[in-house]
Design a protein around this ligand. Structure first.
Ligand SMILES: NC(=O)c1ccc[n+]([C@@H]2O[C@H](COP(=O)([O-])OP(=O)(O)OC[C@H]3O[C@@H](n4cnc5c(N)ncnc54)[C@H](O)[C@@H]3O)[C@@H](O)[C@H]2O)c1
Ligand SMILES: C[N+](C)(C)CC=O
Length: 494
């Protein structure tokens, strides 16, 4: 299957100004599945100008919110209709199992429905003015032109967390998917076209982050940049955004602790420890890749985990029996291997995996075996840094406070989970953990109604929920004096 899809700028299908293109690969076997334009700064500039005009002429932001809601809802219905095609495209492009991609598409349609529903629920607020014969009200207005930059691991899901609320709020958008996984976002552009968004409201551009993404971050014509991706890129974007003090929303990485207390439901905790890590071969920002296990159950837990991990079925995401696909690219595979080597050198005990699988049918793809390290300590790189692969580390602890301190002992604070039957401990530990999401007796749960985002260096701002819509609005206070009297303060005889 070979697709060729141009970029989408000002409601027009567009090749790159340079004429350059890029091949897109299936991580399962490194085969070429598509060729797309490779945009550059000039293409980004064109898209930004289209979004700027669409915003400044007011056609979209000035529309009644119910009208915007109608179009966002129409888009949700189109996504729902084409969800199987979208899911298959996502799996081809990212290597994740088609079953996982189906969940993503269901969730994505729900995200557009949710924000279509919220679009006309913003009523503003009347303030009790301290002055007579005046009124004071607070309204929310769309922030303007938004640059939306998405990563490769959940290409359409992460883009939709931005696109749906931005459109519902009345912003105009320039979307940049990861250059290696653009296919579902291009398909979404087709669905936006079909839904009938006015020209310039939705633009999708492609190309390398350091050019196209950087142009979005730097441009004085962009009012807000919302970015999901790695911490180093996030910092670069913050610096670039300083030029015009644009608003910045960042969803960055995580090194998420999953704490197993000795009073936990043992079998459930083992089961969910696997769910916490191995979806999409561990390439999840919220992967519970850092297990903290209490002394009394440590050895039994590690043995049970190792046993289940050894039975994970690797393969093509389109095969029904496949449980885990490849990682995204050769470059990423090299990075995972490098972390595994560093963990061995630092003294972690490799209990399983740690290498590429030997099965002949997996040799063309970017596969890595589920990998388990025990005897890990908090000073190891493998414990502190995001590996973003099918690798889990186990640290041992004795007391509750020690578990909290270990859990909080990284620069990240995206999510955290813990397992216990003690209701008092549930409250204490949930309060002690410094993370944007805390799961008690569960892991890796997210839904559109609840906010998502990170403490510490895991990010700035929140996506999803009402906060996800508020990110795309400016607060305006309107004060009206309807009985203005002279004050004669300056230059008048008193
Ligand atoms: N917090 C969350 O909700 C969340 C969700 C998904 C992924 N992530 C994080 O994303 C990372 C993996 O994604 P990735 O490898 O695609 O990240 P990345 O930072 O390499 O790239 C993300 C996007 O930024 C673009 N980009 C790269 N350099 C840029 C620059 N200088 N200026 C502007 N844009 C630039 C890329 O082209 C891509 O579209 C992981 O760290 C993961 O934890 C976080
Ligand atoms: C936010 N989430 C869990 C959907 C994807 C993180 O990579």
């Amino acid at each position: 299957m070979m697709r060729t899809t141009p970029m989408y700028i000002n409601s027009t299908w567009t090749e790159a100004l340079s004429g350059d293109s890029r091949e897109i690969y299936n991580p399962f076997d490194a085969s070429v599945i598509a060729r797309v334009p490779e945009g550059g700064r000039g293409d980004a500039h064109k898209a930004i100008q289209a979004a700027r005009r669409a915003f400044d002429t007011g056609q979209w932001p000035g529309q009644p919110a119910v009208e915007r809601a109608r179009l966002v809802f129409t888009l949700a219905e189109a996504i729902d209709r084409d969800r199987e095609e979208l899911a298959r495209l996502e799996s081809l492009d990212s290597g994740k199992t088609v079953e996982e991609s189906r969940w993503d598409m269901e969730e994505i349609a729900g995200i557009f429905r949710y924000y279509a529903g919220l679009a006309d629920k913003e009523h503003g607020e009347v303030i009790a003015s301290p002055f007579p014969q005046t009124t004071s009200k607070v309204v929310r207005e769309p922030v303007g032109v938004c640059g939306l930059i998405a990563p490769w691991n959940y290409p359409l899901l992460q883009a939709s967390w931005k696109i749906a609320p931005a459109l519902a709020a009345g912003c105009t958008i320039v979307v940049k998917p990861s250059e290696i996984t653009p296919l579902t976002t291009l398909k979404l552009a087709e669905l936006c076209h079909e839904a009938g968004f006015p020209p310039g409201v939705v633009n999708v551009i492609l190309g390398p982050g350091a050019e196209v993404g950087a142009q979005l971050a730097e441009s004085p014509d962009v009012d807000l940049i919302s970015f999901t991706g790695g911490i180093a890129t996030g910092k670069t974007i913050m610096r670039a955004a300083a030029g015009n003090v644009k608003k910045v929303a960042l969803e960055l990485g995580g090194k998420n602790p999953n704490i197993i207390f000795d009073d936990a439901d043992f079998d459930l905790a083992v089961d969910y420890a696997l769910n916490g890590v191995f979806f999409h071969a561990g390439q999840i920002c919220s992967a519970g890749a850092r297990l903290l296990v209490q002394d009394a159950i440590h050895d039994r837990f590690v043995a049970a985990l190792r046993d289940r991990m050894s039975r994970i079925v690797l393969g093509n995401g389109f095969d029904a029996q496949t449980e885990m696909g490849p990682v995204i690219s050769q470059e990423h595979l090299d990075k995972v291997e490098h972390y595994v080597e560093s963990a061995c050198q630092e003294g972690a005990s490799l209990l399983l995996g740690g290498q590429r699988p030997s099965a002949p049918e997996l040799q063309n793809g970017y596969f890595f075996e589920p990998t388990l390290f025990s005897e890990c300590t908090s000073d190891m790189r493998i414990v502190q840094e995001e590996v973003f692969g099918p690798v889990v580390t186990v640290e041992r602890f004795t007391t509750e406070q020690e578990a909290i301190d270990l859990a909080n002992g990284t620069i990240y604070g995206l999510s955290a989970g813990f397992w216990t039957r003690d209701p008092d401990r549930m409250e204490r530990v949930a309060q002690g953990l410094r993370a944007g999401t805390v799961w008690i007796n569960d892991f890796n749960v997210y839904f559109v109604q609840a906010p998502w985002g990170g403490f510490k260096q895991s990010g700035i701002g929140r996506e999803l929920g009402r906060s996800g819509l508020e990110e795309y609005t400016e607060v305006k206070h309107i004060y009206h004096n309807y009985a203005t009297r002279p004050v004669h303060w300056f230059g008048a005889a008193r």
